[in-house]
Write a protein that binds this ligand. Structure first.
Ligand code: NAG
Ligand code: NAG
Ligand code: NAG
Length: 408
């Protein structure tokens, strides 16, 4: 086959198309453009020679802004109050930093939303000389609606978050988190909340430990190999009984049955609860099993009378157990206990930090006589100092200030 190499000035082409839309020359221009963008041939980029783009002083270099995403373009920021979101590419919503494209007014406007609020709270703490927060204080990354981005990296870890800034399933060491997306984690978290009692009354998709889609998925009775980014089925599918026949099956990671140890227990309990609920009967005293979205046991497991921090196989870790009657089991996060356990058993590279008897990170941490304050994920938030009695009090004050804004 003969190949034609054409050199297109992509930005000119883009401007031309944009102009065509605004003039309305062609009735179906929107469709035409969508087609151009959606139906790009696999090898179309091979046929385009891109002009080099190196500088972009008042904007951003965006790949998807050019036709078929082949070439990088310098796209200028849209100013406050100007139109945005008009067109099929990311460039159309490129508001100046600190602004976002308002969906209703279709204009760039100041952001607000839970993430922007949290970010501003933290920025003001950094400026407040009465406290000793340092630059290592984590600032959340916000999406264009002012909500938390799915993946947030702080200290030596990356974690998955919901839109409102609550930590959800999914964790990786920062150095290994390059391909972490939290897409699966976010999606399954939403579904879990939507489904309520119906959750886990049949097998559902698995995330991996960093919140991406597992390569092998089963939904109800059907199993398939999936794209790890989108979770979409690719090619083959099979009945759940033959899930080990799929090409993406790996005995070491997927085990002998699709449902993992924690999920099997959860499935039994949920199915019972759901069946009886449909008959108007509430079952009392069922053990409340908490599974991660990869099917392993959650950080904390509660029996009717007590809660414990557990490892991913559901075994209690050391002494991190509290009776419900103590009234403080709802304060157990267990993130520190799990980190300690991971370091001991999996040689994870998190710094070894001290835990409280609730399995949470202590507000202050010392290595020798060098001490500093940490947040509730174990990330350093103050300078390193000699241990003096005030350090402990200061760290507790900073913790309150960070998490209970009223105390600040
Ligand atoms: C194309 O899309 C724009 C923005 O979404 C809209 O305002 C316009 O009416 C559409 N044009 C046609 C011909 O459908
Ligand atoms: C900040 O640090 C200084 C010097 O280390 C200390 O004297 C002061 O009490 C600290 N203040 C707070 C609120 O932590
Ligand atoms: C991320 O994905 C790329 C492409 O598949 C791969 O080459 C790279 O090793 C991955 N990075 C990590 C940290 O796993």
């Amino acid at each position: 086959m003969k190949r034609f190499y054409v050199s297109i000035n992509v930005s000119t082409l883009f401007l031309l198309l944009t102009a065509l839309i605004s003039v309305g020359i062609c009735e179906n221009i929107n469709e035409t453009i969508d087609n151009l963008f959606n139906n790009c041939l696999n090898n179309v980029c091979d046929m385009i020679q891109c002009p080099p783009v190196t500088e972009c002083p008042n904007g951003e270099i965006i790949n998807s802004a050019s036709l078929c995403g082949c070439c990088p373009l310098c796209v200028s920021y849209i100013e406050k109050g100007e139109l945005c979101g008009q067109g099929p590419t990311a460039a159309a919503s490129l508001c100046k930093p600190g602004l976002s494209c308002n969906k209703d007014t279709k204009r760039c406007d100041e952001q607000n939303g839970p993430c922007v609020e949290e970010r501003n709270h933290r920025l003001s703490l950094l400026e407040n000389k009465d406290y000793n927060f340092t630059e290592s204080l984590w600032l959340p990354e916000c999406d264009s609606n002012g909500n938390f981005k799915k993946k947030q990296c702080k200290g030596s870890k990356c974690l998955c978050f919901d839109e409102n800034g609550n930590r959800i399933f999914g964790l990786a060491e920062r150095a290994l988190a390059e391909n972490m997306t939290c897409e699966c984690s976010r999606e399954m978290w939403k579904r879990k909340n939507d489904e309520g009692l119906e959750w886990m009354t049949s097998p559902h998709e698995h995330c991996d430990s960093m919140g991406n889609y597992d390569e092998l998925q089963c939904k109800d009775e059907i199993c398939y190999c999936a794209d790890p980014i989108t979770g979409d089925p690719m090619g083959e599918a099979t009945h759940i009984a033959g899930f080990h026949l799929l090409s993406c099956y790996n005995e070491e990671t997927h085990g002998k049955t699709y449902l993992r140890q924690c999920e099997k227990q959860l499935y039994r309990a949920q199915s019972l609860t759901y069946q009886f609920h449909n008959k108007g009967i509430r079952i009392l005293g069922l053990v409340n099993i908490a599974c991660g979205l990869d099917g392993t046991f959650d950080l904390k497991q509660c029996q009717p009378d007590r809660c414990s921090c557990t490892n991913k196989f559901g075994a209690s870790i050391k002494s991190y157990t509290k009776e419900k009657s103590s009234g403080i089991t709802n304060k157990m996060i267990c993130a520190c206990a799990r980190d300690q356990n991971d370091i001991e058993t999996n040689h994870a590279r998190y710094p070894l930090l001290d835990c409280t008897d609730l399995g949470n990170f202590k507000e202050y941490q010392c290595f020798g006589d060098e001490c500093f304050c940490v947040d509730r994920d174990g990330v350093q938030i103050s300078q390193t100092e000699q241990l003096v009695p005030e350090v402990v009090g200061n760290c507790i004050k900073m913790d309150k200030c960070l998490y209970e804004s009223s105390e600040c």
